[in-house]
Write a protein that binds this ligand. Sequence first.
Ligand code: COA
Length: 163
Amino acid sequence: MNIAVYPGTFDPCTNGHLSIIRRTAAVFDRVYVAILNNSGKNPLFTLEERIDYLKRITADIPNVEVECFSGLLIDYVHQKNAQVIIRGLRAVSDFEYEFQMALTNRKLAPDVETLFMATEARYSYLSSSIVKEVAALGGCLDDLVPECIRADIEEKINKMGEL
Ligand code: COA
């Protein structure tokens, strides 16, 4: 069985992430979307919220499972018997960080390959930070995040603004 892991912070997940998940699921038998639990990024959305959002947006993709992990990514990848880590590349600016991560993972686990998937052009500008900024400033999240989680993201960010 060909198994891929698509890791990230997903704070929050966007249409760009969903596009990569769908395209990965079309190529691999099983895809684990793996949310990092101990990110130094200090996420705005709780782990439970990020899991819930990803589960809802992938509910119609039968070979996708959403989980969280802590510690080294390659330990999780081995635990899942996966052969491949998937990462999306949006622009040249992503390359240096992604290349460093891929080489580190390769050093730690030569049996695991990192494959880069080019993001769809229409999402190449999109990031989790952009989503948070647009929502915080009252902008419209149409086309930025999947419809079924849009209201929840807006509500959470509006509440944060009231604190
Ligand atoms: N569409 C939209 N946005 C995308 C995207 C796409 N296709 N691909 C990346 N992004 C954006 C995200 O929106 C996010 O934006 P932000 O910077 O504004 O928040 C950014 O790119 C990256 O976030 P994300 O995709 O959630 O992943 P990440 O870079 O936070 O994930 C891990 C990093 C979890 C893979 C990495 O930290 C890890 O493996 N940690 C475990 C520890 C470990 O093993 N370390 C050793 C290896 S380095």
